[in-house]
Design a protein around this ligand. Structure first.
Ligand code: PEP
Ligand code: MG
Length: 578
């Protein structure tokens, strides 16, 4: 039996399935007027003591196997749980007629907001722990199972409707053989983080959790976007052979770690990584690259009720810049709304949220968001090479207005005697079709451009990037998208400005020769795709790629574009595509 989803990250894996139960969503608005308050308070106290016993036992388990770090984390959670002001706040919320679930959630959020205001690194990091403890406490009160992801030593293929990015980032790549998300499209943020683990990932396989048995051996083909289960013995043999061939490829790729990126000519090509946390820098540096081409700052805002302070942001940005050891880091300012739902920005009712009040449009109105973030980025620029870039820019005025706000903040820092890089390059993403059509205008004013093909495809083809019903239309090989990329690259070259691609297309093996032919010399891909992209580039020569792109530009459909690339591919290249 098999299901075909959307391939997100290539590779193959044969491993036991691990079905992840749906993540609980709690309401903070439920009221309760009938159950006596004393009984509700007793329920909370009872749950606190049961959860406390669970934490103690768990921490002791970790200490017994010498895992002090994890033991300490669990004890911190236990300390949060028993914190008197927090417990008092829960009781206050109950007295205020909130139902238990909402009372706990509101109390934790209030507590988190206070910690966030204190604004130092230690407290900033505790906020994620608070959310974890709150969810566990509510589950304990309601008698619901907390959907944990416990991973043993044997790698498993995770199958889930979705895994919150905050949980996904905590997963160890050695313990995850693959990820199958039943919701979401190719470029949902959970999918992007899963891809950064360097394992095969597919999305959009509706209902598969109920068909696969937890623990059964399944085969995940991240190239074809397929998940196979209910395997017969011969199938297991065949899939084992395929996985072994794939592993040989992976070993070959390991040898490219730390090597320069160049075409067969050889022509040097910039290869950067897309990053979202400090821990990914270690892997990025091991693979070697020319810097971080896209740092999605929204990951710091995910799953939080309160905005991170300037200090917390500064600490993160400085850590990234320092970890990248002199290589440039492009910080993209907060890209909220649309597919990036951030609890600290209450959603506004809009008929078309993807085209609504989001990203730079909201950012420019929110001094409380803009100023701390830009100050933090500028301050981090005193510690290494930093660039700043705006998302969702649709016209020149928007870009100039954002840029002038940066200049004002620079004056402010000057007056305060705070160090930053006064030459900091300021660039724009090209992800709205209007920005691509006006790329020549933007290229005159921006220091660099970066094409976000995920959104550029979505907006050009009017296809919601997360909607699996219309995902058959979502194709970055559509001639409309290819032409916009070509025009953007040409415009940037005319103004001698660097133009990269940081959307998922840059890591698509079928797209690499086409993009080189169109003139792209700066790729930014997820860390897991760095080595393969380096290998693919090394198999391409610029002349041949240019001929290919000329032919492709005559195509009338995405199908024809793909066929032309497939016909162009020498066997040595095709081996890496399937
Ligand atoms: C893009 O749109 O291509 C992009 C890189 O940004 P994001 O995926 O974060 O929207
Ligand atoms: Mg985008």
């Amino acid at each position: 039996m098999k299901v075909t989803g959307i391939p997100v990250s290539r590779g193959m894996a044969l491993a036991p399935a691990r079905i992840i139960p749906p993540w609980p969503v709690f309401s903070d608005k439920r009221r309760e007027f009938h159950i006596p308050k004393a009984r509700q308070i007793a329920s909370v106290q009872n749950a606190v003591s049961r959860l406390g016993a669970f934490y103690t036992e768990r921490a002791n388990g970790f200490y017994a196997i010498g895992d002090k770090d994890r033991g300490d984390i669990i004890l911190t959670h236990n300390a949060i749980l028993h914190d008197p002001p927090l417990q008092e706040e829960i009781i206050r919320q109950i007295q205020d007629n909130y139902a238990l679930e909402s009372a706990v959630l509101r109390a934790f959020r209030k507590y988190a907001a206070t910690l966030s205001e204190i604004g130092n690194e230690y407290f900033g990091q505790r906020i994620a722990d608070l959310e974890d403890v709150a969810a566990r406490l509510i589950c304990t009160i309601l008698g619901r199972e907390f959907p944990e992801i416990h991973l043993g030593d044997l790698p498993v293929i995770l199958i889930a409707a979705d895994i919150p990015p905050s949980v996904m980032t905590g997963l160890h790549p050695r313990k995850v053989a693959g990820v199958v998300l039943t919701a979401g499209g190719q470029t949902s943020h959970s999918a992007i983080i899963a891809a950064s683990l360097g394992v095969p990932v597919i999305t959009g396989c509706q209902g598969v959790q109920s068909q696969v048995t937890d623990g059964e051996q399944v085969f995940l083909d991240g190239h074809a976007g397929e998940l196979h289960w209910g395997l017969e013995a011969e199938q297991i043999e065949e899939f084992t052979r395929l996985v072994q061939r794939n592993d040989r490829h992976m070993q070959l790729l390991d040898r490219l770690a730390g090597k320069p990126t160049q075409t067969a000519d050889p022509m040097p090509v910039r290869l950067c990584a897309n990053g979202q946390d400090v821990s990914s820098c270690e892997e990025i540096n091991r693979f070697g690259c020319d810097g971080i081409g896209l740092f999605r700052t929204e990951f710091l805002f995910l799953g939080r009720q309160a905005l991170p302070s300037e200090e917390e942001q500064f600490f993160l940005y400085k850590s990234i810049v320092t970890a990248m050891q002199g290589k440039p880091v492009v910080f993209r300012t907060l890209d909220m709304g649309g597919d990036k739902i951030l609890p600290c920005f209450p959603s506004v009712e809009e008929a078309n949220p993807f085209m609504g009040y989001r990203a730079i449009r909201m950012y420019l109105d929110r001094e409380d968001v803009f100023t701390p973030q830009i100050r933090a980025i500028l301050r981090a620029s005193a510690f290494g090479k930093v660039r700043v870039m705006f998302p969702m820019i649709s016209n020149l005025e928007e870009f100039l207005s954002a840029k002038s706000r940066i200049l004002c903040i620079q004056r402010e820092l000057d007056e305060q005697g705070i160090a930053y890089d006064p030459q900091i390059p300021i660039g724009t993403m090209i992800e709205v079709p209007a920005a691509a059509v006006n790329a020549d205008i933007l290229a005159r004013h921006a220091d660099f451009l970066s094409i976000g093909t995920n959104d550029l495809t979505q907006y050009t083809l009017a296809v919601d990037r997360l909607n699996t019903v219309v995902s058959y239309l979502y194709n970055h090989f559509d001639p409309a998208v290819v032409r916009l990329i070509q025009y953007t690259l040409q415009s940037a070259a005319r103004h001698q400005k660097e133009c990269g691609i940081c959307g998922e297309m840059a890591a698509d093996p079928l797209a690499v020769p086409l993009l080189l032919g169109l003139g792209l010399r700066s790729f930014s891909v997820s860390p897991g795709a760095l080595l393969r992209t380096r290998r693919l580039i090394s198999l391409c020569s610029i002349d041949k790629c240019s001929q290919l792109s000329e032919e492709v530009l005559q195509s009338v459909s995405a199908k024809e574009v793909i066929e032309k690339i497939q016909r162009w591919m020498p066997a040595s290249y095709a081996e890496w595509v399937v």
